[in-house]
Ligand binder design. Structure first.
Ligand SMILES: Cc1cc2nc3c(=O)[nH]c(=O)nc-3n(C[C@H](O)[C@H](O)[C@H](O)COP(=O)(O)OP(=O)(O)OC[C@H]3O[C@@H](n4cnc5c(N)ncnc54)[C@H](O)[C@@H]3O)c2cc1C
Length: 528
């Protein structure tokens, strides 16, 4: 069963290692975790639904509460404190495209706003109902998960859009194929959600972001169905698929999607390399990308993230190995690179050798597969730490961008620094660190994580979070970065979008949404 007020399955926990507890207590001083609001108490706080009964719509308090928020830090604060100002009035569960059409007509008749809901893993406020005089219906795709077609000859598969990451990969694996799209939220996020938010998987370096994987499909809109035919490529004017990518539920409900699939690779390895400094390893990563060495994944942690990763691992052998590292000169500025090689056994060996050569030239210490395997084993498990840290009195959040290479060095220092500075203005300490991932020939994504003491007062916590987030967002924009490389816009990034799209661009976006949804029923308040 899914947690109602945190990440993941109720039966899975990520205990905070003792070494990490000591580290955090030293940093933040005494922690004061306040108890969370009880599920039953919050259930009782729901106002009556404003929607008329419909066989496909669940008006129960349970359904409405469990679909009211996503996974952003403000979402977590709302759920854990029980202070949730708005709930959907009902949750619809269509089984078919025909049901989706019926539900859109029902929304048109009742004036209900419609929020398409995939896995609810949004971290930018995408699926939160906004205050409205009209009722709000969340439309969950969780019953639309079937594999509709597998074309082995043409290497495509068509799925209903509510299919989650594991369901999709299991269906394909039975036939020897993979999509290769592995966001960290893989356990719960869905194909429709990936398309609607322009998601990027951890191995996007090999498989590509969701954009090139999305080959066609269908969307139900308030003005009818739109078919997105599949062509290997097309020069027939602007691409409608491109408009739907990142549409965040504002244009309609993606009901099915055709994706480009690949054979499951014969071999895959993840390796670790330590470097004496951030400058050295950033240069290595740039060279790997620009020399087009076919790695499948790169993650380069800055000194603070490397230190925190080693401490959070809680493993005694890691502590001993780290002492050894320091003795041989990989001191407090050490950085960890994890890279993946995926393909045939020969190509994996060749890629490893090519990367090792560049790493050696820049003082890299190759530590084989042990660190890489640890990352691989925990790649979808780490988010569970958000729950346990919260329960210990520590809040954690992440933000991300993509920035051209000339600004990467400055931005990778300035973004975490801007968060620390904003927190210190409020007299708070924050632990902020970054990694580069999703590396491109012309730049890279910078992914920043920050941890801070959870204050007893939810409003105080949100104010502090807002200051840190705003400060980092401005710093991102000052360094020529996009406000989001993979998490999408939702509500949290909407105010930063005009700086990126311009006045005309924003007008164009609004017009496209309006042509699919003239009455503004679809997910209002998101994107713009
Ligand atoms: C722990 C954690 C790790 C994450 N890691 C990554 C990562 O590595 N990479 C990454 O890209 N993102 C990541 N995310 C963010 C999130 O998982 C993605 O944005 C994901 O694509 C959302 O998918 P979802 O199915 O959960 O969509 P939801 O959260 O349900 O919805 C997101 C948006 O998409 C719209 N939508 C959903 N389904 C449809 C549909 N069928 N038709 C029309 N609109 C639809 C919704 O209306 C909403 O606006 C992470 C989130 C968490 C909590």
């Amino acid at each position: 069963m899914k947690r109602w007020n945190g990440w993941g399955n109720v039966n899975t926990d990520y205990p905070v290692p003792v070494s990490a507890e000591v580290y955090l207590a030293n940093l933040f001083g005494p922690l004061d975790p306040q108890p969370d609001a009880a599920y039953e108490t919050v259930l009782k706080s729901l106002p009556a639904s404003r929607l008329p009964a419909h066989p496909l719509v669940d008006l129960s308090a349970e359904a409405r509460l469990t679909h009211t928020r996503g996974q952003s830090l403000p979402d977590l604060v709302a759920l854990r404190s029980g202070r949730i100002p708005v709930f959907p009035d009902g949750v619809a569960y269509p089984h078919t495209e025909e049901d989706v059409r019926t539900l859109i007509v029902y929304a048109q008749k009742t004036g209900a706003k419609v929020i398409p809901y995939g896995g609810g893993t949004s971290v930018a406020g995408h699926i939160n109902p906004m205050k409205s005089d009209m009722p709000v219906m969340t439309l969950s795709l969780e019953r639309m998960t079937r594999l509709l077609d597998l074309d082995e000859f043409g290497r495509t598969a068509t799925f209903e859009a509510g299919v989650t990451g594991p369901e999709l990969e299991q269906s394909l694996a039975k036939h020897g194929y993979t999509l290769g799209h592995f966001p960290q939220s893989h356990e719960y996020s869905t194909l429709g959600g990936w398309i609607a938010t322009r998601s990027s998987g951890q191995q996007s370096y090999k498989y590509g972001r969701i954009e090139p994987l999305f080959a066609g499909g269908r969307m139900e809109t308030p003005r009818g169905s739109i078919e997105l035919p599949h062509f290997p490529a097309s020069a027939a004017g602007p691409d409608i698929k491109e408009m739907i990518l990142g549409s965040e539920g504002r244009m309609g409900v993606i009901t099915q999607a055709k994706v480009r699939i690949r054979r499951i690779p014969a071999a895959e390895e993840f390796y670790g390399v330590f470097f004496p400094s951030w400058e050295a390893c950033t240069e290595v990563v740039r060279q790997i990308a620009q020399e087009e060495i076919p790695v499948s994944m790169l993650r380069l942690s800055n000194p603070q993230e490397t230190e925190t990763t080693l401490i959070l691992s809680g493993k005694s052998w890691v502590g001993m190995a780290d002492k050894g590292l320091r003795l041989i000169g990989y001191g407090s500025r050490r950085c960890l690179l994890i890279f993946g090689a995926t393909g045939s056994a020969i190509s994996v060996r060749r890629t490893r050798a090519q990367v090792a050569l560049i790493c050696r030239r820049h003082g890299g210490l190759f530590v084989g597969t042990i660190v890489g395997h640890t990352w691989e084993k925990s790649r979808f498990y780490t988010p569970y730490l958000r729950n346990t840290l919260w329960e210990r009195g520590v809040a954690i959040d992440t933000l991300e961008t993509a920035i051209p290479w000339p600004n990467i060095m400055a931005a990778s220092t300035a973004i975490p620094a801007s968060i620390v500075e904003a927190a210190r203005k409020s007299g708070e300490e924050v632990l902020a660190f970054a990694h580069l991932s999703h590396v491109y020939r012309d730049g890279a994504s910078i992914y920043t994580t920050f941890l801070f003491r959870r204050q007893a007062d939810p409003d105080g916590l949100l104010t502090l979070w807002g200051e840190m987030k705003h400060s980092a967002s401005l710093t991102i924009q000052q360094h020529g970065g996009t406000i989001t490389h993979q998490h999408g816009v939702g509500t949290d990034h909407a105010s930063y979008l005009p700086a990126e799209k311009g006045v005309l661009g924003m007008d164009a976006l609004r017009s496209v949404c309006k042509s699919f949804d003239p009455d503004g029923l679809m997910n209002p308040g998101k994107l713009f």
